[in-house]
Design a protein around this ligand. Structure first.
Ligand code: GLN
Length: 279
C-alpha cells in the first residue's frame, strides 16, 4: 500500500511526462476528490495509506487527466464566484475572467434591485445563476442553443435554489425577446476565430464544446447579433455587459459605435475583456 505523498509524487511525474497543464495541482485535486478531503488535508496527513480501491480509482482519474481531459470535467464541477457549478462536456468550464462580468453587475445594481435580465448563451448557467443568487428579487432568461447545456444550467439553478426566478429558453443569441423589457443583458458568447481555434491548447480544443468557443473566421461574428438584440430589448436605463477576446476591443467598439456609452473593462490579468455599453 502507498501513502498520500508517494502516490502524489508518482501521479505528478506521470502527468509531467504526458505534458498536461498543472500536473501537481491536477494530482492533488483528483486525490482530494477520491479521498473526500480537502487539498490541505493531503499536506497534513502525507503518511495516510490509500486502500487498494482508492489507489485504483485515483489512477483511473489520473489516466483521464493524462489524455488532457480538464480536471473540472473529471470532477464534474467548477467553482465560479465562490459558488459550485456542475459541468460536463456540453458546457464551457467557467473561467475566472468571466467573474469580471459579475463584479460589474454588482457595481451597477444595488442588491435589492429587481433586475430583469437575460444571459445570452448561458452554458453552465454560471452567469444567470450567480446573478439570480446575488439578487434575490431578480428574474432572468437563460438562453442557449444547446438543450444539453440547458439541462446543466437548470441543475445548477436548482442547486442554488434560483430555479423559480429563471426561465430557460432554447434559442440562438439573436432570438426575439420583448422590446425595451430588460435592465441587463450579460453574455459570454463564442469569440474565438478559426485561426485562434487551431492554436488553442489541446485540453480546450479537444474537450470543451466547439459551439461555445468558435465564432467564425473573424471571431467577432456574434457581437452584431448581440448589438441588435440588446438595442431592441434593453430599457433606456439598461446595461449590456459582454465578454470578448482581449484583442477584439477595436472591432467590438466599431460594432457598438452608435451606442451612447461604451467602455472596455480589463480582467484581473490586465487584458481588455469586457464590453459595458448603454443604448
Ligand atoms: N455563459 C457561460 C460562461 O460564461 C457559457 C459561455 C459560452 O458557452 N460561450 O461560461
Amino acid at each position: 500500500m502507498r501513502s498520500i505523498s508517494e502516490v502524489l509524487a508518482q501521479a505528478q511525474s506521470y502527468l509531467s511526462i504526458k505534458d498536461v497543464d498543472s500536473p501537481r495541482l491536477s494530482a492533488q485535486l483528483l486525490l482530494a476528490h477520491v479521498l473526500g478531503c480537502s487539498r490541505t488535508d493531503l499536506y497534513t496527513r502525507p503518511d495516510r495509506l490509500l486502500t487498494p480501491d482508492e489507489y485504483r480509482l485515483f489512477f483511473k482519474l489520473i489516466d483521464r487527466r493524462a489524455q488532457g481531459e480538464p480536471v473540472a470535467y473529471i470532477l464534474g464541477q467548477k467553482e465560479f464566484y465562490s459558488l459550485n457549478f456542475k459541468v460536463n462536456s456540453h458546457v464551457l468550464i467557467p473561467r475566472p475572467e468571466t467573474e469580471t462580468i459579475i463584479d460589474l453587475v454588482c457595481d451597477f445594481f444595488p442588491k435589492e434591485k429587481k433586475i430583469i435580465f437575460a444571459d445570452l448563451g448561458t452554458g453552465s448557467g454560471c452567469l444567470a445563476v450567480t446573478i439570480a443568487y446575488l439578487y434575490p428579487l431578480s428574474f432572468g432568461l437563460a438562453i442557449d442553443i444547446s438543450t444539453q447545456a440547458l439541462k446543466i444550467a437548470m441543475l445548477n439553478a436548482s442547486q442554488h435554489k434560483v430555479q423559480n426566478r429563471l426561465a430557460f429558453i432554447c434559442a440562438d443569441l439573436g432570438t426575439t425577446l420583448k422590446p425595451c423589457s430588460l435592465d441587463l443583458i450579460v453574455t459570454n458568447p463564442p469569440y474565438i476565430s478559426e485561426q485562434e481555434f487551431s492554436n488553442l491548447s489541446h485540453e480546450v480544443a479537444k474537450f470543451e464544446p466547439q459551439q461555445a468557443l468558435l465564432s467564425g473566421p473573424a471571431g467577432v461574428e456574434f457581437y452584431a447579433d448581440i448589438e441588435r438584440q440588446s438595442r431592441e430589448c434593453l430599457k433606456s436605463t439598461g446595461f449590456l455587459i459582454a465578454e470578448m477576446g482581449y484583442r477584439q476591443s477595436k472591432e467590438v467598439r466599431k460594432i457598438f459605435s452608435s451606442w451612447s456609452d461604451v467602455r472596455i473593462v480589463k480582467d484581473l490579468a490586465g487584458h481588455d475583456r469586457v464590453l459595458v455599453a448603454r443604448v
